[in-house]
Design a binder for this molecule. Structure first.
Ligand code: DOR
Length: 445
């Protein structure tokens, strides 16, 4: 017997929209057809009036496992993720210990295999002294290699030009870069400290981590990638100026790609007054015109994918003074509804959101048999309802372990009704389905 038959859905896939039924068998999409008859399934869902979209593949999360269970864990944050329509995630290496060795990588995989509700994979980290391990990585065993070319949470800055050069030459897989120029950030911060002592206002954050710091670092990364032929993916762009570094077009044609994150698409610097350190993140949320330029760059295919950069910290930590309040915000629980606001606002089409959150991510990382609604592929999808009345985020319990969301004053026009991960119900009728177990992502490289 098949596991699941979804009837009467409106599918959005590979640029097309159409009404169909979808059958799941052995974790995979068995059949997509106008009407599927004569088949028995353990569960049938009538999805009339709902969109059926490929689940979001989030290329950047910080789930804090191992090392900071008071902030989050693979178990808690993957539960929040499936509620937000994320079916697969790629976790960053700035855990404790950092993912700088094959042992640390194997440990994270073991942990996820036991508790992750979503499909999972891991980026490998770079330090000043693990280049040999990085160069020898099996590209099928990691999602990518992440380098902090700007300092952020967890002391992983790599700024020695010689190490960077060797990394750009020898990286055996996609190289993901966090780009901010740390020396200019430190100079800016010292200037604000001279004036305000410990009490630097949150509104200073985009002036300390400013557009110049971003450009100096991302232009260096792009220059090096061009020089050495590196397959580079620049993470979380935040400024209009950086966009000139990237070319439009499909992912398949590019050696240098870019990501935008939800908070940089939803907030701007006017939000610091109300939300303070709750929206303190690296790189910083910048001006309204930067935000609008990022949105346009997505529409123009200068920016290829949308991620969350989910980075939970506790409220107690966020309430500290500027220098001691950590950067990062929890976002996975509202990922797809937040991305779909760009559709409601007329910035992107539904097909474009599907491409940036799923198809393009699968192509970029060469993920095997996921990211598209195709017969034979894994059944990773969501049912989404367009609401007549926008729903306040505050009306739902927060699932991230930190217990807060920067979106608490927002309302969204779409709700994720069901999330299916590798053929299993992961989120349904407002509940995480804790029997669901995510699978490791595999890469065709
Ligand atoms: O704001 C951020 N938080 N940016 C990062 O680069 C790291 C992240 C975290 O891990 O907290």
């Amino acid at each position: 017997m098949a596991e699941l038959l979804v009837r009467n859905a409106r599918l959005v896939n590979e640029g097309r929209e159409f009404d169909a039924d979808l059958l799941v068998r052995n974790g995979r999409i068995d059949k997509i057809a106008g009407s599927i008859e004569g088949v028995r399934a353990r569960l049938e869902i009538d999805a009339a009036g709902q969109w059926l979209l490929p689940g979001m593949i989030d290329d950047q999360v910080h789930f804090r496992d191992p090392g900071a269970p008071h902030k989050g864990s693979l178990a808690s944050e993957s539960r929040a993720a499936v509620a937000g329509g994320i079916t697969s995630f790629m976790d960053m290496p700035n855990t404790d210990p950092a993912t700088l060795t094959l042992e640390a990588l194997a440990d994270k995989k073991r942990r996820a295999a036991a508790v992750s509700r979503a499909n999972y994979s891991f980026h490998f980290g770079v330090s000043n002294d693990n280049l040999e391990t990085v160069a020898a990585l099996d590209p099928t065993q990691v999602a990518g290699v992440k380098v902090f070319m700007g300092a952020s949470t967890g002391n992983m800055l790599v700024d020695d030009p010689k190490v960077l050069e060797r990394l750009f030459i020898a990286c055996p897989t996609l190289l993901l870069a966090h780009c901010e120029h740390t020396p200019s950030i430190l100079t800016n911060e010292a200037r604000w400290r001279d004036r305000h002592g410990d009490f630097i206002p949150a509104t200073a954050h985009p002036r300390i981590r400013d557009a110049e710091a971003c450009y100096r670092s991302s232009s260096l990364a792009v220059d090096m990638a061009r020089r050495f032929g590196t397959r580079l993916h620049v993470l979380h762009l935040t400024t209009a100026r950086e966009l000139a570094l990237f070319a439009p077009g499909p992912v398949a044609d590019k050696r240098i790609t870019a990501e935008a994150c939800l908070h940089h698409l939803l907030f701007d610097d006017s939000d610091y007054v109300r939300l303070g350190h709750l929206i303190k993140c690296n790189p910083a949320i910048k001006s309204r015109s930067d935000r609008d330029a990022l949105r346009q760059a997505l529409a123009d295919d200068l920016i290829d994918v949308i991620g969350t950069d989910h980075a939970p910290h506790t409220l107690e930590e966020k309430r500290r003074v500027y220098a001691r309040a950590p950067s990062g915000l929890p976002l996975v629980q509202h990922a797809l509804p937040a991305a779909l606001e760009l559709v409601s606002e007329g910035v992107l089409s539904l097909a474009q959101v599907v491409r940036k959150t799923s198809h393009a991510v699968a192509e970029l990382f060469a993920i095997r048999e996921r990211g598209f609604l195709r017969e034979g592929y894994w059944a990773d999808f969501v049912l989404v309802e367009r609401l007549l009345q926008p729903r306040p985020v505050a009306s739902e319990p927060v699932l991230a372990h930190c217990g807060w969301t920067p979106l608490q004053h927002r309302s969204f026009h779409h709700a994720v009704r069901t999330t299916v991960v590798s053929g299993q119900l992961a989120w349904h009728q407002g509940q995480v389905q804790d029997r669901c177990q995510g699978l490791p992502l595999l890469f065709d490289r």
